[in-house]
Design a protein around this ligand. Structure first.
Ligand code: HEM
Length: 355
């Protein structure tokens, strides 16, 4: 597999749909999923101009984190979970905090029955993978769940996206069942481990750098800039695939016709030609042209939710947490050198003294 690492190459490939094709069932994710599903994930496994029609169907849901009336519900999810953590002692943050926050926020995003978040928590960090590998049993259970939700949505208008897809229109016709499945498959799995990693990594960074926590406390206006830097450094989706239909070469490296290439967002975000001292976390780095959410047509639709969750988290932590201390950690390694990746991470949250 050809791996594109440089910022310029990754961005160029993301915008070149002729040589780097997304419209390939199951061959965009890594590891590939073409053996576990017979439908395309939508809108990601499409190219322009078809892509625009699929994006239009899901956009009302993905815009909810930018909608004034809904923003407080996302913020409440983060605030309430943090308050619960602050009442206890030590907490394993991957499963005990990041996973429940991600699940509850996703239920708000998809505007579905909020209690379903508890079912999602039971799936663990990934809906269809186990130890980084696609698991056919988990994948089948995931698909059964999607079908059950779509069945409920047919008669219950309060099921949010699972109801709306029955009335949706793709270029003048209703959606097929596989198309509905393809939309749900991505919406439920795409932002899962990424958001969990972003939350965990942010807390781990603040535990390791109390100076940054103190600075954000005195300069809260830096929070949105700090969040972008954390997305750059954490690069929660390290890479994604494309298929090169006619083969392709970049510099002296080539890829055979119909073989895959990897767009390595995590490597591009450490390109020293673009980012000065890329390994350093600078919470005031600006400009910060990171590609953690991709580039071009397929730029992440979940980015507004991820940004809102992280900004709220930082804001709540600086107001309520005096100190974060690592009690125990089981780190994971990344081929791209991404820091703060954990299988589990137990933190002690010291509450701010009330004056
Ligand atoms: C920190 C969290 C996240 C990161 C780092 C991330 C990263 C990315 C990246 C790099 C892409 C581009 C893929 C490509 O070019 O093929 C992408 C696309 C996408 N992401 Fe995210 N993502 C995150 C959260 C989410 C969430 C929470 C959701 C939904 C619940 C989501 C849903 C999507 C969708 C639907 C696309 C496809 C967009 C399209 O094809 O138009 N992501 N994401």
């Amino acid at each position: 597999m050809l791996m594109l690492l440089r910022w310029r190459d990754v961005r160029a490939a993301a915008k070149d749909h002729t040589h780097f094709d997304s419209a390939q069932r199951g061959r965009v994710p890594t590891p590939p999923e073409n053996d576990i599903r017979q439908f395309r994930q939508l809108p990601i496994e499409t190219n322009p101009p078809e892509h625009a029609s699929w994006k239009a169907i899901v956009l009302p849901f993905f815009r909810r984190p930018m909608t004034t009336a809904v923003i407080p519900e996302f913020q409440r999810v983060v605030r309430d979970h943090l308050q619960t953590v602050l009442m206890g002692g030590d907490i394993e943050v991957v499963r005990g905090f990041a996973l429940p926050v991600q699940s509850a926020a996703l239920a708000v995003l998809l505007d579905t029955d909020r209690s379903i978040a508890e079912v999602w928590q039971g799936w663990g960090l990934h809906a269809l993978r186990r130890n980084g590998k696609t698991d056919p049993e988990k994948a089948a259970r995931f698909l059964t769940f999607i079908d059950d939700m779509l069945d409920r949505g047919r008669s219950d208008p309060d099921m949010g996206i699972f109801a709306a897809l029955h009335d949706a229109d793709f270029e003048g016709r209703p959606l097929t069942r596989d198309e509905m499945r393809g939309i749900c498959h991505l919406a439920l799995s795409g932002g899962r481990d990424t958001v969990i990693h972003a939350i965990t990594g942010t807390l781990a960074h603040l535990a390791a750098h109390p100076d940054d926590l103190a600075r954000l406390r005195t300069e809260p206006s830096l929070i949105p800039i700090a969040v972008e830097e954390l997305f750059r450094v954490l690069s929660p989706l390290a890479m994604i695939g494309r298929v090169c239909p006619q083969g392709h070469s970049v510099g002296s490296l080539g890829v055979a016709p119909d073989a895959r290439a990897g767009l390595c967002w995590a490597a591009a975000n450490r390109d020293p030609d673009i980012f000065e001292n890329p390994e350093e976390v600078r919470i005031d780095r600006a400009p910060n042209p990171h590609v953690a959410f991709g580039a071009g047509t397929h730029t992440c639709l979940g980015a507004p939710m991820a940004r809102l969750v992280l900004r709220t988290l930082l804001s709540e932590v600086v107001q309520n947490v005096a100190k974060l201390t690592v009690v125990a950690a089981t780190p994971r390694t990344s081929p791209f050198g991404t820091p703060y990746l954990y299988e589990s991470l137990t933190l002690r949250f010291a509450r701010m003294e009330v004056p």
